[in-house]
Design a protein around this ligand. Structure first.
Ligand SMILES: [Zn+2]
Ligand SMILES: [Zn+2]
Length: 346
């Protein structure tokens, strides 16, 4: 075991503070990663504050991890010391169910082992990326292509794959009209990726405050949802609506923007149940669905795609002593567009 520095929430809603945690010894199929950067995802905050239910404390959040391999176990075949690698939301799964066999480990029938706020197969709690090092089975590690800087690559491990997977699943490409609801950490990645896939991209944001950024990062159109004429003008327009907002929305209003057979995919998870009249689905045989991150193989595909298209996240790099302040700013939607922790400051 190795003792490493980390930032942890000692209890629900408590500020994060510097501490130390134990990482397991490098096993036969394990990779030891020196973490260079860790993104701050809104779901870190939902979990550290128990917004999604009871959680495990102390909690070291962080599932947008970019770093460099510093040791490999004797059975490791895919990685070598010095490789640039990433770890996302999962560090293990059952590997035997149909979903695991199909590369859909995120939907593992026995639930994946999440990178933090979970218990691993060894019975020990998992700790995430706000730390100096992490030990992960090589099957749950991905390669970060040379063309991507590690700091802007880190958020791709959650925000990138969370948007890439549904965009691909719903066949985003040339001739398709895609709306991205919300223009934050997830939304700005959705815009970049949908644009690179060749779709006509519209941002639907509460205000036009970030319009210049939206158009610069790949959106063709940008509309304010606070303006009721937006919903009149865009009725029946979109093949796909990617909803990145984790607060309840006026679902019938957004569903009315779908064309026949269109889909609204939710990737933000509100803390409270939402009420949706099903009548909103009937008009155009509309689909209301969801998507949860992506599998390991698809995460690698996403990183390769992003490198090929020069796509990284827009980030604000912070020191670890700014994590608590950053949390407040994420909750207030005051970040352009992802906070990334410089792990050298932990
Ligand atoms: Zn996340
Ligand atoms: Zn499984």
């Amino acid at each position: 075991m190795t003792t490493v520095a980390a930032y942890a929430a000692p209890a629900a809603k408590a500020p994060l503070e510097r501490t130390t945690i134990e990482r397991r010894a490098v096993g036969e199929f394990d990779v030891l990663i020196d973490i260079k950067f860790a993104g701050i995802c809104h779901s870190d905050i939902h979990q550290a504050r128990e917004g999604w239910g009871e959680a495990i404390f102390p909690m070291v959040p962080g599932h947008e991890i970019a770093g460099v391999v510093s040791e490999v176990g004797p059975g490791v075949t895919g990685f070598a010391v010095g490789d640039r690698v990433g770890v996302g939301c999962m560090v293990d799964s059952c590997r035997e169910c149909d979903n695991c066999k199909d590369g859909l480990e995120q939907y593992c029938a026995k639930r994946p082992t999440w990178t933090y706020n979970a218990v691993g197969k060894d019975g020990e709690p998992t700790y995430g990326g706000y730390s100096e090092k992490i030990v992960v089975d090589e099957n749950y590690v991905v390669r970060i292509p040379d063309g991507l800087s590690l700091d802007v690559a880190a958020p791709l491990l959650c925000a990138g794959i969370t948007t890439y997977s549904p965009l691909r699943h719903w066949n985003t490409g040339p001739g398709k009209k895609v709306a991205v609801v919300g223009f934050g950490g997830l939304g700005h990645m959705g815009v970049k990726i949908a644009h690179a896939l060749g779709a006509e991209v519209t941002v639907l944001s509460q205000s036009l405050r970030k319009q210049d950024d939206g158009l610069r990062l790949g959106a063709d159109h940008y509309h304010a949802t606070s303006d009721p004429t937006t919903f009149e003008k865009l009725a029946g327009t979109f093949d796909l609506i990617l909803n990145t907002v984790s607060a309840p929305l006026d679902f019938p209003a957004f569903l009315s923007l779908l064309r026949t057979n269109g889909a609204m995919v939710n990737v933000g998870l509100p803390e409270e149940p939402v009420q949706i009249p099903l009548s909103g689905l009937f008009g155009n045989r509309r689909n209301l669905t969801s998507s949860n991150i992506g599998g390991i193989r698809e995460t690698q595909e996403m990183l390769d795609f992003c490198a090929e298209h020069g796509i990284g996240a827009e980030i604000e790099l912070i020191g670890a002593d700014q994590i608590n302040e950053a949390y407040e700013r994420v909750v207030a939607s005051d970040v352009r567009y992802r906070f990334v922790i410089d792990a050298a400051t932990i």
